[in-house]
Design a protein around this ligand. Structure first.
Ligand code: ADP
Ligand code: MG
Length: 249
């Protein structure tokens, strides 16, 4: 689905991507993980052609993602930007259906697609008339997800879709999302900085540090066979409530 080779991107003196190689296979859920500033969002944006690399290449189903091809390829991908990116002056329905309206779908097709996605994401139907500022964090994330799914994309790219939610909302949305992904059988690339969330979603975890991939594998591999001391510290730093209790007593 994606082939990334030798990807590099600098912002001034800062290397956001410092030689990244990885692939995403059809149907899998890959989780990009790592501390803030390690290049997760930059890598995700490169996949969809929103960041043009200084060196290296991205291929989407063998097509080179470059400025000339990016906008056509982007229509085949669903992307949720970090923070959700809902337009504040549009209500949830208008936000969710923007791509379908742009593609000039007839109104009844848009309405039935929206209905199906409301069910899939468990967004209460009455929420579609509210503006983003009138939605709870979890509802807003569900609207962003509906917007990304509207045109039935071949792949979903999600940048911290569960960030900034309270623990209970997050827990519920994690469960609903995972169920939705498995029902849709979509290829998903998801960013998080939370190891527990990564383990819950990802068949394959890709751990980054300072613009590079330090280790790829299953959650169990990262825990049992950390590639270096950074991986060990990253795993240990994710304190579960039970581990915290243990440390305190
Ligand atoms: P992450 O998503 O892992 O937190 P990012 O990919 O957003 O990290 O950023 C990686 C690095 O590149 C950071 O140091 C960030 O400040 C820098 N960076 C990202 N985007 C830009 C930009 N548009 N202009 C300048 N620096 C940027
Ligand atoms: Mg980011």
């Amino acid at each position: 689905m994606f082939q990334v080779r030798g990807l590099r991107k600098r912002y001034g003196a800062q290397a956001a991507l410092d030689g990244v190689d990885f692939t995403v296979d059809e149907g899998e859920t890959v989780v990009l993980l790592g501390p803030s500033g390690c290049g997760k969002s930059t890598l995700l944006k490169s996949l969809i052609g929103l960041v043009v690399p200084d060196a290296g290449e991205v291929r989407f189903r063998d097509a080179l993602v470059e400025p000339r091809t990016a906008s056509a390829l982007r229509r085949r991908m669903g992307y949720v930007v970090q923070g959700g990116g809902l337009f504040p002056h549009l209500d949830a329905r208008a936000n969710a259906t923007i791509a379908a309206r742009h593609a000039r779908w007839p109104a009844d097709r848009i309405a039935s697609r929206l209905d199906a996605l409301l069910q899939l994401t468990r967004l209460p139907p009455e929420a579609v008339n509210r503006y983003p500022s009138q939605l709870s964090g979890g509802q807003a994330q569900r609207v962003s997800l509906i917007r990304a799914l509207m045109l039935d994309p071949e792949v979903l790219l999600l940048d911290e879709p569960l960030g900034a939610l309270d623990p209970i909302t997050r827990f519920e949305l994690q469960r609903d999302l995972r169920e939705a992904f498995s029902r849709l059988r979509k290829t998903v690339v998801m960013v998080t900085h939370d190891l527990g969330e990564a383990a819950f979603f990802g068949e394959r975890l890709v751990l980054m540090r300072a613009g590079r991939i330090v280790q790829e594998g299953r959650f169990q591999d990262l825990v049992a066979r950390p590639a270096d001391d950074f991986v060990r510290r990253f795993v240990l730093a994710q304190r579960s409530p039970l581990a915290a209790l243990e440390a305190a007593t």
